[in-house]
Structures are given as structure tokens and as C-alpha cells.
Design a protein around this ligand. Structure first.
Ligand code: AQP
Length: 338
């Protein structure tokens, strides 16, 4: 076939979701969000506000509702073009929950019991170890598989869930033929796991106490204060050694991920300097990286009607795509024709 007659190659699909379970952190930004805008020219991208995942932990309804729209605004403020990509709420496309139910029947208790996030969240919310928390990875698998996703950009903390999603897809395909595309992960090389500022052996999380994370909406003074108080160590040398110097290494990772240079170059630059200088330079980097996003966020959040329009239109398109897969799955497992 000549170049002229060859059919245009179908673009690959990317799906990614973020929970509106708090204000997004620098970890969510570096590990996931900031990579999204770079991918939109080469892939068909679907960005979901995963509100159904968020209620696996108790949420205040008014806060959750507000955060859903805020997250849509943050997606757009980070450079995602809502004209070219889908930005919508998970609960607006019922196929997510419907496919999750079917996939629950193809997932084993043993597999779910091994999930690190389930263990961590059960320990953190011992008074509410609900079945949704347990089957969270199955809903995540449904999110991804509904759209025949090729690539899933996530931080390293979601790698285990993604592996399970692949196992479920392969298992289902093994029984019924090639129903699902088996997705690949897309994990950044630097900054795939940003750690808590107060306990740098744990990942930075938006539902942890305020001083442990930098929120994407924190102003310059707050960012400086939080970084100034970040836990380091008593040995004053600035070098990258996550095992023995997790706090200092975390600050170097943050700076490098935000474009301050390779980690080895930063180590040389900071030779002979103290932690005060490191923290102050880290704050400069974070403030500069977040300023444009924050300005755009403020502009967008003032126009609720626009944001509502974006999520409504996207949900309609997502629903169409998702239902195509869902109908196929329902037919394969033997549900009656309608
Ligand atoms: N600390 C992190 N470093 C790098 N990437 C991270 N991600 C989360 N924390 C870090 C990535 O952000 C995306 C969205 O995450 P999510 O909201 O769906 O769920 P999560 O991983 O459980 O994030 P949080 O902030 O820890 O939320 P809560 O506190 O509600 O559990 C994912 O791609 C994730 O890898």
C-alpha cells in the first residue's frame, strides 16, 4: 500500500483518574497531572474525576461536590485542552459501576487482600473498613478497561493496582476472546513518588494532615513555611540517598522534577551549603512551577457554568464510548439481549 492509500493509524488512548478526596498535592502534580498535558497531542486522552473512588473514605458532601468542579478546573489549568480531551466525573457515567460489578466476579479475594493501598487505608480508617475500600482496584480496572485504554499515566503508588487491572483483563480475555485492550503503565522517571514533608518515608497524600503536603493552591508564604519545616536529618550534607537521607532526597527529587536540573548536578551545586539554602531554593522552584497554574485556576473557578458545560459534554461522549465496551461485555457473559 502506498503512503497515500494507507489508512490513518488510530491514535492510542490514555485514561487517568484523580480522586477529589482533598486539594491536589505536589505529589499528584509531579507524579501524574503535569505529565498529562504533554501527552494530549499524541493520544486520545480521557481524564476522570473519580468521585466514586473518593467515597471509599468518608467525605463531607458539600466539600466533595465543590472539589469535583475544582479538580476539573485544575485539569484544565494544568494545560489540558477540554476541546480535545474528555474531562468528566466518574459518577456521571454509570457504565463504570456496572462494569466494576461484572469484574468483581472475575477478581479473587486473595488478590485484593494483597493490595498495599487497602492495607494502608484500612489502618488509617480502622472504623470504616468498607467493602468499597476492598474492591477499589476493581473499579479502577473498570475505569481503565471501559475505554480500551492503551496507556495509564500514574505515580508509582498505583503500579500494583495497574498490574491487577492487567491480570483481570487477561483473565477475562482468556475466557471470552479479545474483549479488552491490556493497558500499559506510564510512570515518570523522576518524581514518581513524592514523599511527605513530615515523614519522608511515607508518600505525600492529599488526605493527610495539612503540614505534610504542599497543596497545588498553596500561596508562596505557605509553601515557604511548609518547606522550611520539612523534616531532614542531623547530618548536614546534601546528597541523594533515599534510604539514609529520605527528607533531603525528597527535596532534591522535587527540584529536579520541576526542572532545576539533574540530581547529580544539584548535589554539586549544593556542596558546602546548608539545609536552609536547600529549602529556600526548593521553595523558589515550587512557587515558580505553581504560579501559572494557580492564576489559571482562579480564572476558571470563577466561571462555574463553563466548567459544568465541560464536564457535562465530556460525560456524554465518555458514556457513548464506555457503553460500547459495556454492551460487548454484557453480551459475552450471557446477559439477555435488550
Ligand atoms: N506522592 C505522590 N507522588 C507521586 N505521584 C502521586 N500520586 C499520588 N500521590 C503521589 C499520583 O497521583 C494520581 C492521583 O492519585 P489519586 O488521587 O487517584 O489517589 P492516590 O494515589 O491515593 O493519591 P493521594 O493523594 O494519596 O490521595 P488520598 O490521600 O485520597 O489517598 C495517581 O496517578 C497517583 O499515582
Amino acid at each position: 500500500m502506498s503512503e497515500m492509500t494507507r489508512a490513518p493509524e488510530k491514535r492510542k488512548t490514555i485514561f487517568s483518574g484523580i480522586q477529589p478526596s482533598g486539594t491536589l498535592t505536589l505529589g499528584n502534580y509531579i507524579g501524574a497531572l503535569r505529565n498529562f498535558a504533554r501527552l494530549q497531542d499524541d493520544y486520545d486522552c480521557i481524564f476522570c474525576v473519580v468521585d466514586e473512588h473518593a467515597i471509599t473514605v468518608r467525605q463531607n458532601p458539600a466539600d466533595l461536590r465543590r472539589r469535583c468542579l475544582e479538580l476539573a478546573a485544575i485539569y484544565i489549568a494544568s494545560g489540558i485542552d477540554p476541546e480535545k480531551n474528555l474531562i468528566y466525573c466518574q459518577s456521571h457515567v454509570s457504565a463504570h459501576a456496572e462494569l466494576a460489578w461484572i469484574l468483581n466476579c472475575f477478581t479473587y479475594m486473595g488478590e485484593l487482600s494483597r493490595m498495599t493501598q487497602f492495607k494502608a487505608k484500612s489502618a488509617a480508617h480502622a472504623d470504616n473498613i468498607n467493602a468499597g475500600l476492598f474492591t477499589y482496584p476493581v473499579l479502577m480496572a473498570a475505569d481503565i478497561l471501559l475505554y480500551q485504554t492503551d496507556l495509564v499515566p500514574v505515580g508509582v503508588d498505583q503500579k500494583q493496582h495497574l498490574e491487577l487491572c492487567r491480570d483481570i483483563a487477561i483473565r477475562f480475555n482468556g475466557v471470552y476472546g479479545d474483549v479488552f485492550t491490556v493497558p500499559e503503565g506510564y510512570i515518570p522517571k523522576v518524581g514518581a513518588k513524592i514523599m511527605s514533608l513530615q515523614d519522608p518515608t511515607r508518600k505525600m497524600s492529599k488526605s493527610d494532615p495539612e503540614e505534610t503536603f504542599i497543596s497545588l493552591l498553596d500561596g508562596p508564604d505557605t509553601i515557604r513555611r511548609k518547606l522550611k519545616r520539612a523534616v531532614t536529618d542531623s547530618d548536614a550534607s546534601i546528597r541523594f540517598d533515599p534510604e539514609n537521607k529520605p527528607g533531603v532526597s525528597n527535596l532534591l527529587s522535587i527540584m529536579s522534577a520541576l526542572g532545576a536540573g539533574e540530581i547529580s548536578a544539584l548535589e554539586t551545586e549544593f556542596e558546602g551549603l546548608g539545609y536552609g539554602e536547600l529549602k529556600s531554593r526548593a521553595a523558589d522552584c515550587v512557587i515558580a512551577a505553581l504560579e501559572p497554574l494557580q492564576a489559571e485556576f482562579r480564572r476558571l473557578i470563577a466561571d462555574k457554568a463553563y466548567l459544568q458545560g465541560v464536564i457535562n459534554a465530556s460525560a456524554e461522549k465518555a458514556g457513548y464510548l464506555a457503553n460500547k465496551t459495556l454492551r460487548k461485555v454484557q453480551k459475552k457473559v450471557g446477559f439477555a439481549a435488550r
